[in-house]
Ligand binder design. Structure first.
Ligand SMILES: [Zn+2]
Length: 366
């Protein structure tokens, strides 16, 4: 009797202690987002609470550098494959690393905006190779309003191939007061075609619009705000001034931004100012220190994940100003660090800088 009682209590303890742990390895309970440093390209990895994954873009072709950094993040999340890969548009900083990634890590489902429309674009040389890769897998050209199936999340396409959602997202659709002061921007061919997604996890909301430019932001946001408000704005087109109008940023009111800039790419003073003056904006986290921002416009180093390889002891204070196309960036091919965001169902989220371990938790806003 005594023995069986002891045995019973041991079994109960084992069940209590081990079962939740076993379950935890399958389900983290959080939506995790990794901003992988791909030197001013884009690679943003979503991992759902049940371990389903969505990667947005694959960085540059770079002798495996960017692919390796993406795989490091995927392995950190316990992934053995990428379930969905969105290529937002056909530029080399967004799809250059695709073949190097897929050669080393399985990708199940390829998603894009459809045919390439820019034969002279920086991704044109990758298209044939890309088509051959997705021909052996699942492939979807998405349209605004489509959803990408991921358990526990609502992943909604809001822009693609130059079109924007026809009807507002749930709870959105109010008049946008910033439309009256909109100043049109400049476009290349491919950026405005970017696949953009809105992701909802419980009370948490985030938006990644690829490199969508200001004129498309206007179509998405005017006269009515079809997005509503969000918690976190991702990507931000590297912080380049062809995107991130007040019509978008100030109306969606992100509390936090994660910017995929490079050492000499993005972090433009105009975009930094738009973010800093956005109502309710709290913190901007950067993939890189950028000489384009200089210390004048950048954020405290605690919020910056990467420096250059031969980083000097002091940072330039003055923004470097517009860069001639083709000007090489200060190289950063050594160890790279991601910024990781973990969101809870209740809308609380924590952002961590993997370089220095600095992290901050933001309470639910809803
Ligand atoms: Zn880009």
């Amino acid at each position: 009797m005594r023995v069986s009682r002891v045995l019973l209590s041991i079994l109960t303890m084992v069940a209590l202690v081990t079962l939740p742990q076993a379950a935890q390895s399958q389900t983290s309970g959080t939506l995790d987002i990794y901003l992988v440093d791909v030197e001013g390209g884009n690679a943003t990895l979503f991992v759902s609470p049940t371990g389903e994954s969505l990667l947005i873009d694959t960085g540059y072709r770079s002798d495996g550098r960017d692919a390796g950094r993406i795989i490091d993040a995927a392995r950190d999340a316990g992934l053995t494959q990428i379930d969905h890969l969105i290529t937002t548009h056909y530029h080399g900083d967004h799809m250059g690393g695709l073949a190097e990634l897929t050669a080393r890590f399985p990708v199940v489902h390829f998603i894009d905006h459809g045919p390439n429309q820019d034969p002279a674009g920086s991704g044109a040389g990758f298209i044939e190779e890309y088509e051959a890769i997705y021909a052996r897998a699942m492939h979807t050209a998405v349209r605004p309003g489509d959803t990408i199936p991921m358990a526990g999340l609502d992943v909604r396409v809001v822009t693609s191939a130059g079109e924007t959602i026809a009807t507002p997202l749930a709870g959105a659709g109010g008049a946008n007061p910033y439309c009256a002061n909109f100043k049109p921007g400049t476009n290349n061919v491919e950026d405005p075609l970017s696949v953009g997604i809105h992701v909802t996890f419980g009370e948490f909301r985030t938006l990644h619009l690829g490199d969508l430019t200001k004129n498309k932001e206007f179509e998405l946001m005017c006269p009515n705000n079809k997005i509503g408000t969000i918690d976190v704005l991702l990507g931000i087109h590297h912080g380049q001034q062809t995107s991130s109008s007040e019509v978008l940023v100030h109306a969606i009111r992100p509390r936090v931004g994660l910017m995929n800039n490079g050492t000499r790419k993005g972090g433009d003073p105009e975009v930094m100012t738009t973010l800093y003056t956005s109502p309710g904006f709290q913190d901007l986290w950067l993939a890189h220190f950028s000489v384009i921002s200089g210390q004048e416009y950048t954020v405290p180093g605690l919020f910056i994940a990467n420096m250059a390889d031969g980083q000097g002891p002091t940072m330039p204070i003055t923004p470097e100003g517009p860069v001639q196309p083709g000007t090489p960036q200060p190289p950063h091919n050594g160890q790279a660090h991601w910024i990781k965001l973990s969101a809870q169902q209740d809308g609380t989220f924590t952002v961590t800088n993997a370089r220095n371990g600095f992290s901050r938790t933001y309470g639910s806003d809803r």
